[in-house]
Write a protein that binds this ligand. Structure first.
Ligand code: ATP
Length: 296
């Protein structure tokens, strides 16, 4: 059964520096490394590498970064017929990494801003036959709202990874099966300060507010799911030495979607997400760190 990931595609421009520059200061850093990223493209690649039938619907610019994204998706087996080219630059994340592993990131959405309801209508043939549509918050909210309504109407399973953290309107929440969030994002959607409630309690509250099911990722602590009947299922993370957690959340979401599309339930989807994310954190990069099915 097929997965359509609708979302962002960004070039990650990474420079390592000894420390963050102060205002008005110029620092010399390492060689520039440009890698394919963006939450939508990452999740599509993660699912594609696992052998799932995946199409990506998004937008890049007519530039080298757009070509980089297209190549990365296609080499993971992801169909890109629904990828438009806009007269704006490909989305880009300027990432400065300090020796403690901490990142400072500025994102320029560029062509991702063209992932509009109009573009969705143009590519209706691509997503209307999907088993699952997966979205995130790096494209305009009106597009998420539009697709949530379309999926509800047509009986297409809608998975929203509400990242980066932003509020989720009630009608969107009601379509999510599951809503996938980390702890910070969960607290923001519930509307309480971070750490104000236990993750399972946040999950139950999200279910009360209308989500059909909820998955909360907890970094090295693992993840939990709140099933439609309110049952809470937890899954520990694997004990591994993490070298780079960039894109771990996206690896988890892409792998979950692959499991759900192959007919597995949410518990099994958590297990596959955990396995794939554990491999991803032990390698550098986002898409470059994701395993193929035969590596698991
Ligand atoms: P990011 O934004 O960095 O991609 P996220 O906040 O969306 O991440 P996390 O909760 O940090 O997502 O991680 C997702 C999943 O990846 C976790 O549920 C866990 O299974 C796995 N994971 C993350 N960090 C580690 C780690 N240090 N060791 C093992 N597994 C990890």
């Amino acid at each position: 059964m097929s997965i359509v990931v609708i979302g962002s595609a960004n070039a990650d421009l990474v420079i390592e520096v000894d420390r963050r520059p102060a205002g008005g200061e110029t620092l010399i850093g390492s060689d520039l490394v440009i890698t394919p990223g963006g939450k939508g493209a990452n999740q599509a690649v993660a699912a594609g590498l696992l052998g799932a039938d995946v199409a990506f619907v998004g937008c890049v610019g007519a530039d080298g970064n757009g070509d980089l994204l297209r190549r990365s998706l296609e080499s993971a087996g992801v169909r890109t017929a629904g990828m438009a080219t806009a007269d704006r630059p490909t989305g880009c994340a300027l990432i400065v990494v300090t020796p403690d592993g901490e990142n400072s990131i500025v994102v320029s959405p560029g062509a991702n801003g063209r992932v509009t309801p109009d573009l969705m209508a143009e590519h209706e043939a691509e997503w209307s036959r999907a088993f699952i549509v997966v979205m995130q918050h790096e494209v305009p909210l009106e597009t998420v709202t539009y697709m949530a309504a379309q999926c509800r109407e047509r009986g297409v399973r809608f998975v929203l990874n509400a990242a980066p953290a932003a509020d989720v309107p009630g009608d969107v929440l009601a379509a999510c099966d599951p809503l996938v969030v980390n702890e910070t994002e969960a607290a923001l959607v519930v509307g309480v300060p971070a750490d104000a409630a236990e993750p399972a309690e946040l999950g139950r509250q999200l279910l009360d507010r209308g989500a059909r099911s909820v998955v909360i990722t907890l970094g090295a602590q693992g993840s939990l799911a709140v099933l439609p009947d309110g049952t809470v299922v937890t899954h520990p993370a694997e004990r591994v030495t993490a070298v780079d957690t960039t894109g771990a959340g996206d690896a988890f979401v892409g792998a979950m979607a692959a499991a759900l599309a192959s007919g597995q339930n949410i518990e099994h989807a958590l297990a596959l997400g955990t396995r794939v994310a554990a491999v991803a954190v032990q390698r550098r990069g986002a898409q470059a760190s994701y395993p193929r099915r035969d590596e698991l």
